[in-house]
Design a protein around this ligand. Sequence first.
Ligand code: NAP
Length: 284
Amino acid sequence: MATILKGAEVVAALNERIIGQVEALKEKGVNPTLGIIRVGERGDDISYERGAMKRCEKLGVGVKQYLLPADVDQATLLATIDEVNKDTGVHGVLMFRPLPKHLNEEEACQALDPEKDVDGITDGSMVGVFTGQKKGFPPCTPSACMEILDHFGIDCKGKKAVVVGRSLVVGKPAAMMLLKKNATVTVCHTKTVDMPAVCREADILIVAAGRAAVVDKEYFAPGQTVIDVGINVTEEGKLCGDCNFEDAEAIVDGITPVPGGVGTVTTSVLVGHVVEAAMRQTEK
Ligand code: NAP
């Protein structure tokens, strides 16, 4: 039976580190603060926002909300982003996406100051991910995957890592981060031929396909560590990952659960990025 790589354990360690950093900042008179820009009332956004606000409160990080109606125009959105960029009391910004279709999302993302881009949505942050330079912040979800590997002492050096999914939010940055950890990385997508065989070769398998339980026993092999990034809702209304959990549990060495895995770590990574942003801005 696989070890269940529980997010709660990683969160506890991360939170301890963050609380220490927050205390040090407060001694210098800095209150690290997250700015949240939300357009409209999407249920997914509101539930993530609620979780992020709760985690911020627990860790002593402030929150400032910028709530805009679903029919907001581009000029008003850009003016709000400009206001947040200029507000020295806000250190990191979370802007929910996708934005409503009538808005130019690319322009809005690039308008954000990369120094405050704690979820890797600007080109500046992507440059940091792909070059290894300390620019902006990587997206929180692949960062959470790396935190999980680090916490459970899974050394990536020389290992074969396979990432399923090539989005800019998860798959591509995860691949770059694994490369930085000296893994040999393969990225799979919908055009990959014989994906089960490719995945079975992996020592470390990160799955971010966005399809419920699409990765099953055909894809797993003994000895693997599997990080399931997927968050899907079944017809019965239950949360499940992109991996068939029971299949993985019977075959692999370690697997993250859904819920209670990557998602919960992602929230603490977000708060950690806000605190890191506050530290960088204070050093300046
Ligand atoms: P996305 O933009 O839809 O990208 C999905 C990727 O998976 C694409 O590259 C796609 O390939 C590939 N893919 C889809 N079905 C596949 C299949 N059957 N075989 C091989 N590759 C396949 O999704 P995303 O934003 O990266 O999110 C991925 C998952 O992570 C979703 O379940 C999402 O809910 C979850 N997520 C979780 C968190 C968290 O905090 N835990 C945060 C963000 C996202 P092509 O490029 O060829 O289309």
